[in-house]
Every structure is written in C-alpha cells, then in structure tokens.
Design a protein around this ligand. Sequence first.
Ligand SMILES: [Zn+2]
Length: 331
Amino acid sequence: MGDIMQSIFENKTMKKLLLILTAVFLVTTVIWLSQSSEKYRFDKIADNVYVIHGPLDEPNPENRGFMNNPGLIVGKSGAVIVDPGGTYQVGRMVLKKVKVITDKPIVAVFNTHVHGDHWLGNQAIIEQYPKVKIYAHPNMIEQAKSGEGERWVKLMHDLTKGTSDGTKPTYPTKASTHLKVVNAGGEAFKIHHNITGVAHTNTDIMVEHIKSKTLFMGDNGLLHRHGRFDNTSDMHGNIKVLEYAINLDLDYYVPGHGPTGNAKSTVQPFLSYLRIVRDEVKKGYAKDLADYEIKPLADKKLTPYHDWHGYKSNMGKHIGKMLSEIENLDE
Ligand SMILES: [Zn+2]
C-alpha cells in the first residue's frame, strides 16, 4: 500500500515538474519571439523572393541558434522556404516572419545540407504544416538520420546554453535529384547537386528559383563569414561549385551566411579567397614548407578577408586542409 501511495505521489510530482518545465519553455520561447520580431525581417531580393539575413555570430543563448539565411518564395498557391533555421525556436520565428509577408501555406521546404544550423527549424514548419514536402540531398537525409541530427541538437543545446531545448531532428521527406525541376506553390525550382560530389559537404544542394533567376547556394557560398571545412568537405570541390554557380549566369545569389548580391559581389569574393589559399599552399608545397610556414605568407595575400567573421580561427585550418588535399592529389 505504502509503495502504491509513494508511486502515485512521485507520479504527481513528475507531472507537476513536467508542467512547470513546459510552461517555462513556452514562456521563454514567446518572450524571445517577441524580442526577435524587431531584429529580424525578410528582405525582398526579387519579385516574391525574400531572405532573412541571419546574424554572423556562432549560435549563442541570445540568437538561439539563428545564424543562417532562410529564404522565402511566394507562389500563387503556396509558399516555399529554403533552410528554415537552426532550432525549433528559429523555425517558429521564421514562420512568424512569413506571416508578415503572406498568409499562404508553406507547401515545400528545401534543406541545403546536413549542418543543423540550416535545417533543425523543419520541426516548426512540419508542426504547423504536416503535409509539407521537405527536399534534401539523399546523403543529407541518410547522414541526418544516422546521428548528425542528434549531434546537432546536442551542439545547439551546448552553444545556446539550453535555450534551444525542445528542438528535435525533423528529417526531410523527399530525396532530390541533380537538375530535377521541382514544382511547388506554382513556382519551379531546379536542384543542383555538387558537380564533383563533394564541396562544403557531400550533402549539398543549391536551389535555383527559375523565374527570378535566384540561386540559394547553401554554405558553398559565404560572404563576410568563414566556416569550417570538415572531414566531409573538399575545398577544390567548393572552388568548382562556385565556378559552376557563376556559369549559371543568374541574377541573384544567396549565400548560406552573409548578404545576398550578384555573382561579382556575392560569389566572387569567397571564390577568390579559396583560389588564393589553393595557390599559396601549392607554392608552399612545392618548396616543401609546412602549414605553419605557409600561413604567414598566405595571410599577407588575404588582407581583404581579415575582417570576415571567423578569419583568425579558421584561416590556419583552411591552410592545413588545403595542404592535405594537395598532398593527396600528388600521390
Ligand atoms: Zn554548413
């Protein structure tokens, strides 16, 4: 009898605790949503095409994991989102901003690659629009489901000090095909896979909105902000993909992070950065220099990039990564 009473008591306490935790979660989310309503907005970049240019900082308690460039395309029968952000909270914020532009339902979402800052916001979209189709590279879906999703949720929890809690990996539902045209909401989109297979990651797609001649590049395109090149990346591949993007000869290019512009203003700077890194490392490699010896030489050639967010913490690693790629190519 005593045991039963105790378990009923524990059950009630647990329920109370859960209720309190849920209430705290909802209240803090609502407060953050109202605070962020001033800060972030969809910028119009072309007819019916909008981008929220996210902050360039790392995920932190203040931004709740918001750091990417969510895109919105409004068609006759529905709206489409590219990369709805890095947490459940960010996804909700993006939906709130969509409502300022249109009442049309979200009918499709594109996730440009496996990094969670671009797609964990799917959760908020599916919650509100359960029938939404979410497209991504088949490798993205496979990797997200086999651990990357959970790893990113944990990473966001750590970096935002728990303010992203409640975020759960919500996976894409449709695998994309290279050059396939996807129709959604009355608009047509062409999906571009990496031509070399690997660039920023081996899960990248670039999404072309055909009517407005806009390319959402994901993190193959960066401006004013450096990112990591991890084990699944290929800097040579990234150079080729950016050349490919420029050759598409479109009017608007949306980077994964940083301001939208044309090929010259938005694609060329990062392409030139990668080419300088490649050429300096090639020269150093020919002289048998180590990465730490190449670094100061490259640094002098990279002065236009010194003020990019994350230059100091990433440049040395980029040299090391490029050197290992060049060594491998030489074998
Ligand atoms: Zn990325």
